[in-house]
Structures are given as structure tokens and as C-alpha cells.
Design a protein around this ligand. Sequence first.
Ligand code: HEC
Ligand code: HEC
Length: 276
Amino acid sequence: MDRRKAMKIAAGAIAGSGAGLFALSKAFKPGYPIDLEPRSLEYTHSDNGWQYSPLNPAETASLAYDLYPNGSCMYAIFRSVISQLADKFGEPYASFPYHMFSYGHGGIGGFGTVCGALNGAAALIGLFITERAVSDRLITDIFQWQETEPLPKFKPVDAELELPAFTANSVLCHASNTNWSKDAGVTINSKERRERCRRLTCDVAAKTVESLNALYNNDYLTNTHGNETVQSCMACHGDQGKMKNTAGRMSCNSCHTESAGHRVFSDIHYKLMKEK
Ligand code: HEC
Ligand code: HEC
């Protein structure tokens, strides 16, 4: 019998046998390091030929709003930043083939995976920052912010629609859009949902520019939206834990809900199991 099945059966047995074991399982709770404090991020700028220069977040957001109809989310966020740098520096920005980023719409060609606005933010970060540990931090901070911040906040001038802001709890286009539409009581193909993505793109554009500005000015704070649940799951399942059977930083409970077996037995099981 595999372990998962064993846990299910055991969970069934315990459901009938009183609450005593719940207390027992708590006694085995392993300690895990919870790191939720923001801290400054050291970064030495290196010239890779793609120079950044601080931009105005609100102006960038408005620009992204105007660009959106020409190529959707990823295209709009990317072009909103790069076109301003092209105005400032000329080449190599001036001849950038922006159209390539239209592929990011609908979670990559309509496939529903990573949100195109976030994909565009990550592409910008990848263009300017050559040190992977630093670009990974910026990407994680923006992605975790997007998972937890009620959005959209951006309002275009002469806005026709009033849109509510909700947390997406997912960086995936599919889940993020569905969660928002359900909360807003609209369908996925409604004009509200489409406008939501357009405005969310502007919010992510402003956030990305704020992040790059802060890094450029050497006052960037990382770990601003640390996810306690992710850290607690990874304490056992990540590469520092005994199981080492998963990697990543996405919000775990956007896909996994904790089974009864897991809740009752994972602590004890973990305590007794050998390092894998
Ligand atoms: C105290 C350590 C511990 C923590 C914390 C923990 N798990 Fe687990 N998890 C286990 C153990 C032990 C198993 C059973 C592994 C096995 O099959 O041997 C397990 C199994 C799983 C499985 C396999 C399917 C299942 O339910 O049996 C998933 C998925 C999972 N955990 C997700 C999570 C998520 C998501 C979190 C955070 C909310 C989390 N775990 C937190 C110990 C832990
Ligand atoms: C986008 C959905 C999604 C997210 C987000 C997600 N998972 Fe999973 N996870 C899956 C799927 C699908 C599987 C494979 C099917 C299964 O075993 O349930 C899986 C499998 C697992 C397993 C079982 C591995 C094994 O060997 O049995 C663990 C443990 C796990 N995930 C933990 C996590 C943790 C911890 C997080 C948060 C950092 C997380 N997952 C985030 C979808 C997701």
C-alpha cells in the first residue's frame, strides 16, 4: 500500500476515535525557521549595455494602459518601460522588437500559465540585472506582492468602469482570473474581467518601476511579502527539509488544501521518517 493511501485510511480511523491524538500530534511539531522580516538587498551595478534610469511609476502605469490594446499585458508592461528609456538613451532600446512580447497574453499564448504582466516584469528585471540571486529576489517580491495585494488599484482618467479589488492568490493567469471573476461575480469573458487585466498590468508596471528605482538608488527592501504558509510547507518538503520532494515559492494553498491525514499525521510521520 502506498503512503498516501495509508494516511487516508489512518485518517478515517482517527476521525472516529476522539480528539486525543490531535494533541499528541502537536507535541511532535518540528521547529522551522520563519523568515518574514524585510531586509535591504545589496547590489553592485554592473554595466551590461542595458542601462536603467529611474522612471515615474504613475506615468509608466498610464503608458502601459495606453499600450495595452496593441499587444496585451506582457507587451504593454515591457514597452511602457523600454520606450521611455529609448526616448532617453536611444539605442539599443530604440530598435527593440517589442512585438515579440505579445506571446505572453493569456498566460502565454492563451495557455493560462504565468500571468503576462508578471512575465513582463520578470523580463525587464532579467534585462537590467545580471546577478541571478538579485533578480530572483526582485521577481519573488513582485510575484508575492501580486499574490496577496488586492488588485487592480490603477484607475484610468475618465474610467467608465468601477472595478473591485481582490487578491489573486495565484501567479497563474488561469487561477488569478477565475478567482477574481468569481469574487466580482462576472464571467471570464466579461468586459470587467478584461479591464481588470488591463489595469492589473498598470499596477504591475508601477510596482516594477518602483522596485527598479529603489534598487538603482540602493534602498531596495526585499522579503516584503514573505509567505508564512509557503515557508512552513517548505520546512518539511523543500531542500532544507527531510523530504526534498518539491521546489518553488508560489502560494501552496492555491492548489493544495491540507488533507485530514496530512493535518493529523504529517508531524509524527515527519519526526519518525528518515532523511531522503
Ligand atoms: C511537519 C512536516 C510537514 C509540513 C510542515 C508539511 N508537510 Fe506535507 N507531508 C508531510 C509528510 C510526512 C507527508 C507524507 C509523505 C510521504 O508520503 O511519506 C506529506 C505529504 C504531503 C503531500 C502528498 C499528498 C498527501 O496529502 O499525502 C502534499 C501534497 C503535501 N504534503 C503538501 C504540503 C503542503 C501544501 C504543506 C503546507 C501547507 C505541507 N505539506 C506541510 C509533512 C509535512
Ligand atoms: C499550480 C498548482 C500547485 C501549486 C501552487 C503547488 N503545487 Fe504542489 N503539486 C501540484 C500538483 C499538480 C502535484 C502533482 C500531483 C500530486 O501529487 O498531487 C503536486 C505535488 C506536490 C507534492 C507531492 C510530491 C510527491 O512526491 O508526492 C508536494 C509535497 C507538493 N506538491 C507541495 C507543494 C508545496 C509545498 C507548494 C508551495 C510551495 C506547492 N506544492 C504548490 C500542484 C501545485
